[in-house]
Ligand binder design. Structure first.
Ligand code: OGA
Ligand code: NI
Length: 334
């Protein structure tokens, strides 16, 4: 059982097992310094709505990523949420498994490396927990009860994330020319929350925490540990580090929003690297539509701009199945 999770067996060895060594072309390598290039930081709290809209659109077109500050979520709740997930990852392996086994359909997942550990021969330096957190609260009876206030804290946090994600999407709608509530129904009905832990790694230059990927979401909102770097975004063929700003959230465009915006907003590749100094924890809120939702370029954008759709219609279920079956390096959408 201890072998199951990196956080349990990783105990100060000076090298990583061979199965964690990435191929030379996938190793972390060079990263652009933050003084050279950084993803935009957008202040949601102050100022002119039109200016905020324009900043969000520009960042979503050019980087597919931005950070938000003054977003209205309390610092206390952000700290409590990171801490509860740190406590979760520190529990004995059997407890973690038990706490994630209540849903007979298996929608609560706890795993090491990636969801397809057995299929992929080179592993990633992380453990993850992920489960649906619908705003309706309908699956709450399946949520972990250890640590003892998990349901209360993660419940409050995901309610705040639901609000914040809809606010951000509403701003994007204004910028794109879609009706403000476009994403408020089934397109945001089925979110998930995840938490990854990246334990200290003896050989960060050989390993990755998460392989390069795009998110199969509408948008993703990520909370990262203070002062621990790890997330990187691809821009013009170079990796740029997303430096943790205290109490900020990192927001990124997912592939489903890329389709709906007919390619105007972009789902950009990102990855996580490891470090030898300190464990890094992230908490991720994925905005997903219901499985039955049809994902296609928004009619209003096609007609309004007199253009052709560049993506085919697909159900969310089909999109997600394809995405996972093709592995982490999905590139083409069409
Ligand atoms: C993800 C992701 C990065 C991180 O979960 O999709 O990109 O820093 N995570 O944990
Ligand atoms: Ni991601």
């Amino acid at each position: 059982m201890n072998q199951m999770f990196l956080s349990s067996w990783n105990n100060g060895d000076s090298s990583v097992p061979p199965s964690y060594v990435q191929l030379p072309e996938n190793r972390p390598g060079k990263v652009l310094s933050s003084s050279h290039e950084a993803i935009p930081v957008i202040d949601l709290g102050g100022g002119d709505r039109a200016h905020i809209t324009q900043q969000i659109l520009k960042a979503s077109e050019e980087y597919g990523f931005f950070q938000v500050i003054n977003h209205g979520v309390s610092q206390d709740l952000m700290d409590q949420t990171l801490n509860i997930f740190k406590e979760f990852h520190a529990m004995p392996p059997q407890d973690k498994v038990n706490e994630c086994s209540k849903d007979p359909e298996g929608s609560f997942k706890i795993y090491t490396s990636g969801e397809n550990y057995k299929k992929i021969s080179i592993h990633f330096w992380k453990d993850s927990l992920v489960h649906p957190c619908p705003p309706s609260g309908e699956n709450l009876h399946y949520w972990p009860q250890k640590p003892s206030n998990y349901r209360e804290i993660v419940g409050s946090y995901t309610r705040e994330m639901n609000k914040l994600s809809l606010e951000i999407l509403e701003i994007m709608c204004e910028g794109l020319g879609l009706e403000a509530r476009y994403f408020c129904g089934e397109l945001s009905e089925n979110p998930s929350v995840a938490s990854h832990i990246y334990p200290p790694c003896p050989e960060p230059s050989l390993t990755l925490g998460v392989s390069r990927h795009r998110d199969p979401t509408i948008i993703t909102i990520l909370l990262q540990d203070k002062e621990v770097e790890g997330l990187q975004v691809l821009k013009n063929g170079e990796w740029i580090g997303v430096y943790p700003i205290p109490n900020a959230f990192v927001v990124n465009i997912g592939l489903l929003l890329q389709i709906i915006s007919n390619g105007r907003l972009v789902g950009v590749e990102h990855r996580a690297v490891t470090n030898s100094r300190i464990a890094r924890t992230s908490v991720v809120y994925f905005v997903y539509p219901s499985f039955e939702s049809i994902i296609e370029p928004a009619q209003a954008l096609i007609k309004g701009n007199n253009t052709q759709p560049i993506y085919k219609s697909i159900t969310c279920r089909e999109f997600r199945t394809n995405f996972y079956q093709k592995g982490p390096k999905v590139r083409v959408l069409r």
